[in-house]
Design a protein around this ligand. Structure first.
Ligand code: NAD
Length: 356
């Protein structure tokens, strides 16, 4: 298969981690007979320095013309004092808007080799944790009307609104994702209180008739927050609205114990997606070959699985990461006693050697 990938190194550790992910993609291409071509995209602080614009039009065009976008991270203290439009994150927000991605998908997986890093008890972790949170990204409370008035007394109002089509399209991503995983979808809402949740529940059940191979359950958001720490092994895919997803996905990342290991995708209609690790540009360790590139390498694996329909290639990358950990290698952020510490590029090399 031929695929064009827009690659955004970005700032801080971004270029270091992205180049390891590209090496992995190249090896996959040669092992499985694909051809990946790359469009380099300058976005973030580096683009501000060069073009006085965090996402120049030409760079955006390259992203929109690609089959998918793979990104490292953007931002850093150097650009903190700049006015709003020149801030590196503005480039990322513009890119998400232009790509019309309305679904943010974050897996939370505990690698058995790193179980000790989880703040949860061993007896819970040993049951295995491997779930995905599909969060609605462009609607709900964060995008409703916000008003504050002072008279007759100070009052603030935030409006939570969902149209049927917004619920329908995110729920479809939930079902499609569950179909590519273990076939179980948990829809999280607050239908005992909120009208938006009651509409959500009605729609998700209607759509479920089109997905008889996916088992659908419902859970109230407060219960879900508890169940994530009590027994996260019960979940496969969770689909939920924007604010609930914001909170639950951070909770789920926390239980895995390592920010450097977690990938993410943002999807809209069609197959093109934006793939990036959940961490930032880590300016404190940038340029020192100390970053963990695994979150980015696993983001590349997600891109193969969800945008390019290359499941066995994605499995191969995940197996190679598992083998790297099995063999006792660790980057600094996940280092523990008795293990062998390696830098960013050596980590990429060792994963490459384990790819088959
Ligand atoms: P951060 O995620 O960059 O770093 C937090 C801590 O985790 C740091 O100690 C860092 O060294 C460590 N860390 C992060 N990723 C790591 C990795 N792959 N390997 C090893 N250690 C890693 O968060 P921050 O310090 O709050 O933000 C730094 C910059 O990144 C800010 O400018 C912020 O705006 C930006 N940011 C960008 C994105 C993005 O591009 N999507 C996301 C979050 C933050």
């Amino acid at each position: 298969m031929d695929k064009k990938i827009a690659v955004i190194g970005g700032d801080g550790i971004g270029p270091e981690i992205i180049s390891q992910a590209q090496r992995v993609l190249e090896k996959i291409a040669s092992l499985y007979g694909h051809r990946f071509t790359y469009e380099e995209v300058e976005m973030g602080g580096c683009a501000v320095d060069r073009y006085q614009d965090p996402l120049p039009g030409e760079m955006l065009r390259r992203c929109l013309e690609a089959d998918s976008v793979l990104m490292g991270a953007v931002g850093g203290p150097k650009w903190n004092g700049l006015p709003g439009d020149l801030r590196p994150e503005k480039g990322l927000l513009r890119l998400r808007g232009a790509m019309k991605v309305y679904s943010n998908n974050r897996p939370a997986k505990i690698w058995p080799q790193l179980a000790g890093a989880s703040p949860l008890k061993e007896e819970i972790v040993s049951r295995g944790i491997d779930l995905m949170i599909v969060r609605e990204l462009t609607g709900g409370l964060y995008f409703g009307e916000h008003t504050t008035k002072q008279e007759p007394e100070p009052q603030a109002v935030d409006v939570m609104s969902y149209h049927e089509y917004e619920i329908e399209r995110i729920c479809r991503i939930g079902f499609e994702t569950a179909r590519k995983r273990r076939g179980r979808l948990c829809s999280v809402d607050k239908s005992n209180v909120l009208d938006t949740s009651r509409l959500w529940k009605k729609i998700v059940h209607r759509i479920s008739e089109e997905y008889p191979d996916v088992e659908l359950t419902d859970m109230l958001v407060d219960n879900c927050a508890m169940q994530l720490v009590k027994d996260p092994s019960q979940f496969d895919v969770i689909v939920t609205e924007n604010m609930f997803g914001d909170i639950l996905s951070d909770e789920a990342s926390m239980i895995t114990g390592s920010i450097g290991m977690i990938p993410s995708s943002s999807l809209g209609d069609g197959t093109r997606g934006l793939y990036e690790p959940i961490h930032g540009s880590a300016p404190d360790i940038a340029g020192q070959d100390r970053a963990n590139p695994i979150g980015t390498i696993l983001s590349a694996a997600m891109m193969l699985r969800y945008s390019f329909n290359m499941a066995k290639e994605a499995d191969a990358i995940e197996r190679a990461v598992g083998a790297f950990l099995d063999d006792g290698y660790r980057t600094e952020d996940i280092m523990s006693e008795g293990m062998r510490q390696v830098g960013c590029s050596r980590c990429g090399e060792l994963i490459l050697e384990r790819l088959e």
